[in-house]
Design a protein around this ligand. Sequence first.
Ligand code: C5P
Length: 261
Amino acid sequence: MNRPKTFKFLRGSTKMTTMLAKEKIIVALDVPSAEAAVQVAEKLHGHVGVFKVGLEVFTAEGPVVARYLVAAGEQVFLDLKFHDIPNTVHAAAHQAGMLGVNLLTVHASGGRKMMEAAVEGVRAAAKARGVAQPTRILAVTALTSLAAGDLGEVGFQGSPEEIVVRLARLAQAAGVDGVVASPREIAVIRQACGANFLIVTPGIRPAAGAANDQARTATPASAIRAGADYLVIGRPITGASDPAAAADAIAAEMETAFKPL
Ligand code: C5P
């Protein structure tokens, strides 16, 4: 293979960043044990940019997987979607920051004060650890599993797109670094929140892959073209017989959306 190549691309509309395609892949370690998570991570070392530790393995094993990956020098996304009173979220975000993870999720519907508390919590942790870059906070706007009817049922007013944009703006006003957004929401959020707001997109399926239970999918290239900064990919990589080869093929697909240097 003639990779790795470095590509220059536009983030949003103005900011030029240089990254390898593989660095924009976040692989979801949706497995039931620390042992399984570490096995997958070891196979994928050097083939993806970030490892996502989610509710399943965190509930089973606690912070051990995140700690292991941080100590191994990997980038880690702690996807625990905090939603609680500001004081509790401040304390939990502080603990996430002390773990040294790079990304952390909170629910935007927890409100401005809760999101501000999360931002303050990770800043305090960065100060305590003596690092310049705090853990970056991502807000979940409306879960992509909620259809228009479900959103109305829990009291959200307006179309799914209006709700998502309103919550993304609120998150940005609270000092949050970006959002988790489905492929179809990327463009409106980018327009509302600008080039420097991170957009992390799940629901990615390679052109030739199975959709599994993801209803609204996009290919890696189309999500990058729409303006996603990072792609969250689980089963298309972790369920492959050769996860590293699957990740390489996805990175190659992403590169078709970048401008070569
Ligand atoms: O296996 P798959 O590629 O569908 O995994 C997608 C990952 O992204 C899972 O960890 C899932 O929890 C996460 N996710 C999602 N949709 C959201 C937010 C997170 O699929 N709206």
